[in-house]
Design a protein around this ligand. Structure first.
Ligand code: ADP
Length: 359
């Protein structure tokens, strides 16, 4: 009776099952094996199990089977790398194979349970693999940028201190052209220093941060204190209302507000004091923040571009900067599962919007 039940379970199992011996010869197959591979039972019995695989992978598969038989356990193959099977009419298709000894009596018989991977699963798997390769590449690039920026700090510092030394001790001996060169050298090393610092800051976003409750009004007060000199100098008026307490990464949120507010002051209209209004809307899944200014505005066609690294709309002689600020803002917002965008009319101010997820 028991035997009958096992026979039925074996025969009508929805997956193909093949029993093979220690030298890989097929001993028994179930009904589903015939359907998947298109062979009759007598065409398979006594053949090596690799007979069901394309010729080009046979040697490697028989080596794997040989190793398996020496140390059999239960294992599934074909998840991390592709295994191809071959049907009678020559169709190659990916499979997942679970191997196990038939019993624990060491009787030299093994089971291969085979699952054909459907087209959908295959596409899904390929996408997952590509995605994880891509993530790895991005990590590598970020790592290299971090290392390069770090390495650059030292030579830049040396250039800066040597040019300062020259300026202090030799300036009076130089002619006008050399003085101009020295000034350029000083300015360039200063700029390189800022650029490298910005790149390092960009790379550090989200690293070693711990999420916590953040009182946005308190963070805003701190940002205003940090920008006090600029605020006084330009007569900026910063007002806010309805700012909440949120859950997130405080250092990053402070940098986000600081970047957006300092941009609103920097890109002010000539002879107009900056007026900046910061507000927040409580929406179902996120907070929606807006920072509105009365500055120079941004032409329509650049409104997406400005969030890219190093993208700037003005020459440095007009407005100073490295073009990393908004890229940093984007990274911070994305760290909080949000998005950032701008509404603006050239000459009529800008409103930067960003959302921060409540989860
Ligand atoms: P940076 O300020 O260093 O130039 P950002 O990444 O912060 O770089 O900004 C990129 C560009 O977006 C700026 O060069 C400027 O042209 C534009 N921009 C950013 N904020 C504003 C703003 N509030 N008003 C007008 N233009 C802005």
């Amino acid at each position: 009776m028991k035997e009958e039940i096992f026979k039925t379970l074996f025969e009508f199992n929805p997956d193909p099952i093949i029993v093979f011996n220690a030298i890989g010869e097929i001993v028994l197959i179930n009904h589903q094996t015939k359907i998947l591979f298109g062979h009759r039972e007598d065409e398979l019995k006594g053949k090596r199990i690799e007979f069901l695989m394309p010729a080009e992978v046979m040697p490697i598969q028989s080596a794997m089977r040989f190793n398996y038989v020496q140390m059999p356990d239960k294992r599934t193959m074909g998840r991390d790398f592709e295994i191809l099977a071959l049907s009678k009419e020559g169709r190659k298709f990916p499979v997942e194979i679970t191997l196990s000894p038939l019993s624990n009596q060491n009787d030299g018989l093994f089971i291969a349970s085979i699952r054909a991977i459907s087209m959908r699963e295959e596409i899904h798997r390929n996408l997952e693999n590509r995605n994880s390769n891509l993530q790895q590449k991005i990590k590598e690039i970020e790592n290299n940028t971090f290392l390069a920026s770090h390495e650059l700090q030292e030579p830049i510092r040396t250039i800066k201190s040597l040019s300062n030394l020259l300026e202090d001790s030799q300036m009076h001996k130089l002619d006008e052209q050399s003085k101009t060169c020295l000034r350029f050298l000083n300015e360039s090393s200063q700029r390189m220093n800022l650029l490298v610092k910005d790149l390092l800051d960009y790379n550090r976003i989200g690293i070693n941060s711990v999420a916590q409750e953040i009182e946005i009004p308190k963070v805003l007060e701190e940002v205003k204190e940090d920008l006090d000199f600029l605020v006084q100098e330009t007569g900026a008026n910063i007002i806010s209302d309805g700012l909440p307490q949120i859950y997130g990464f405080e250092t990053e949120i402070r940098a986000l507000l600081q970047n957006l507010i300092s941009n609103s002051i920097k890109f002010r209209k000539k002879e107009t004091s900056p007026r900046i209004r910061i507000s927040a809307n409580n929406e179902t899944h996120h907070w929606h923040f807006s920072i509105k200014d009365n500055g120079i505005g941004i032409p329509d066609r650049y409104q997406d571009k400005i969030f890219e690294m190093f993208y700037r709309l003005h020459p440095r002689s007009q407005y100073d900067g490295c073009g990393i600020g908004l890229a940093k803002c984007k990274k911070v917002v994305e760290l909080h599962n949000g998005r950032i965008w701008v509404d603006s009319l050239e000459g009529h101010g800008s409103t930067f919007h960003f959302t921060l997820s409540k989860n």
